[in-house]
Design a binder for this molecule. Sequence first.
Ligand code: FAD
Length: 390
Amino acid sequence: MRPDADLLILGGGCAGLSLGMQLADQAPPAERTVILEARTEYINDRTWCFWRLAPHRFERLIAHSWPAMAIRSKQRSVTVDCRLTPYQMLEATPFYAEAQGRINRSKNVDLVLGAGVRDTPRRVGKMWQVETDNGPLTARHVVDTRPPRPSRTSDAMLWQSFFGQEIECTAPVFDPTTVGLMDFAEARTDDVLFHYVLPLSPCRALIETTVFGPRPLAAADLAIVQAAAVKRLGHGAGFRVLRAESGVLPMGMTTRFPVPGPGYSRAGLMSGAARASTGYAFQRIQRWAQAAAESIRRGGPPIGHEPGPALQRAMDRLFLRVVRDHPDRAPDLFIRMFGNADPARVIRFLSDQGTVADCAVIGSTLPLQLFLGEMLKGMVAMPGALREAA
Ligand SMILES: Cc1cc2nc3c(=O)[nH]c(=O)nc-3n(C[C@H](O)[C@H](O)[C@H](O)COP(=O)(O)OP(=O)(O)OC[C@H]3O[C@@H](n4cnc5c(N)ncnc54)[C@H](O)[C@@H]3O)c2cc1C
């Protein structure tokens, strides 16, 4: 029996659409692909930010580019010149529109909205059978970008929860040349809390309250702190809220979700897309989409996310353990990193492009005793963990 498609992509968000665009652009046309998305329409539900280390395919869609960024704590403040690798913002609406446009123009990729996928697809002979709200579909390959199940606290070492509001003030109170990357209001003992300010004009900014903590938080949990932050960072000017966004990102996944069989891969936020130390996923998703499309073009199966270099992973995990166990030290750690190392190195490292020398220089800015102590704790805990795993 002929399958309905060569490839079914489950979920048409950032990861599903990014792969869809790569396949739509392929010449000669790639496999016949159908993207199944539960939503019936796209809204401006998020903004993606990243450092521009090289030209990229979304240049035209960039809403704002900042040549400088500031990291502030009660004790110290650092402003970093990043004009060679500016911090850029891409809004969801133009991204979704670009993806839909490219996919609509292609002959081999279709996007179906309002097509919720039910449960885990079943292997039937050499095909996958996928139950959708519109009936069953079959395919040789599946890329599943849905969250595998509702998240559990234990799925990640830390969680990054945030709630942001884009506001327009009645007075010019923002400096649109400098992003407030991390503005730590106070050192806390249970989690790390800071504000993130993307100034879009002297009167307009996206202000977010972010927490790195042991469990995911809802937007409502952050609402009171956010209200105070908007007042403080807006210097008390009158304002109106234009839109809001919120999210929860895993930092250092501890659960790996298995794939149910051959020709099936997982991708997206909960399946390896999020960088452990930052939760950022957009650029990693773009690199994965390109690699997965290339694998398909060569006749191979779709692939999942690469885990990244071992040194980077080890540094991320150690850093997260230190932040988890000593959240009151976090403001100082971030200020040291950006203030004492060449910012170009830090930006490369946070963008997955760090060299061994970058890692060494960044490591040398951090308090040795604190990190050695955490390493020792990890080594003492290791035999127990190994016994448990055995
Ligand atoms: C508000 C917000 C801001 C962010 N900002 C940044 C940033 O600045 N920089 C950065 O690098 N990363 C950022 N991220 C993290 C990450 O880049 C995004 O979460 C990104 O959208 C992840 O892509 P994804 O495809 O895994 O998930 P999504 O984009 O959420 O896509 C998953 C899709 O699957 C669909 N779906 C779910 N279940 C089903 C089902 N049963 N059937 C069919 N479809 C289904 C959903 O409707 C959704 O469209 C942000 C995340 C959020 C939430």
